[in-house]
Design a protein. Structure first.
Length: 217
């Protein structure tokens, strides 16, 4: 499971943190009469990306090209897609994707729309223009930090509940969303930072001398 925290983008990524992005404003880059409009969208899946792309196409229905790239999922399970949308192969979609990969952002669609200005830019010029337009759109979009988590389910006797609660209090920085159910004996459900889930589970088991049971996942 992943959730977005309010941590500043200056926070470093790690084994269970990655950078994601919010919807950004439309930006403009002009080269020899051609207009390149870039925009970033926060997306959760390919269906959402397709919907955003369709909205851009409707808005700029007179444009000559709508080139794009996307990165979905966490760094260890990323899905990458791109499309040159009629531009020469390798001149549009790949440069846009390279900007996403270079800045290590995820759950994002980046669309660059081109209005042809009458002067051909050549393959090198096109690639540079799309890369610059993509970089501008990324720079204008707000960032966020996503923390990956694992669910823990804890069952114990009432005699051990205080020890379990004390352990969770010590681990509060890496635990959230604790839910408690006492209808059939104490049962606690919570989300732990992925890189520390097993350690927290072991601490609960140890502090109750093995009487508490912890299910990970």
């Amino acid at each position: 499971m992943a959730w977005a925290s309010a941590t500043s983008v200056s926070s470093s990524a790690g084994p269970d943190l990655y950078h994601a992005i919010e919807d950004g404003p439309e930006t403009e880059w002009k080269v020899k009469g051609s207009q390149f409009l870039g925009q970033v969208f926060r997306v959760a899946d390919e269906a959402g990306a397709a919907s955003c792309l369709q909205a851009v196409r409707r808005k700029h229905h007179a444009a000559t090209h709508h080139c794009w790239a996307l990165c979905l999922g966490s760094p260890d399970a990323v899905v990458e897609r791109f499309d040159d949308a009629g531009e020469p192969s390798g001149t549009a979609g790949r440069p846009i994707l390279n900007q996403l990969l270079g800045q290590e952002v995820h759950d994002v669609l980046l669309v660059v729309t081109r209005y042809f200005g009458g002067t051909k830019l050549g393959t090198g010029g096109l690639a540079r223009a799309y890369a610059e337009a993509a970089a501008m759109a990324l720079a204008a979009a707000p960032r966020r930090i996503v923390r990956l988590e694992i669910r823990l389910s804890v069952t114990c006797d009432f005699d051990d509940l205080g020890a379990v609660e004390a352990t969770l209090a010590r681990e509060a920085a890496d635990v959230r969303g604790v839910e408690r159910d006492y209808s059939h004996g104490p049962r606690l459900t919570l989300f732990a930072r992925r890189s520390r889930a097993e350690e927290i589970a072991s601490a609960i088991i140890e502090t109750t001398a093995g009487r508490a049971k912890v299910r990970i996942g």
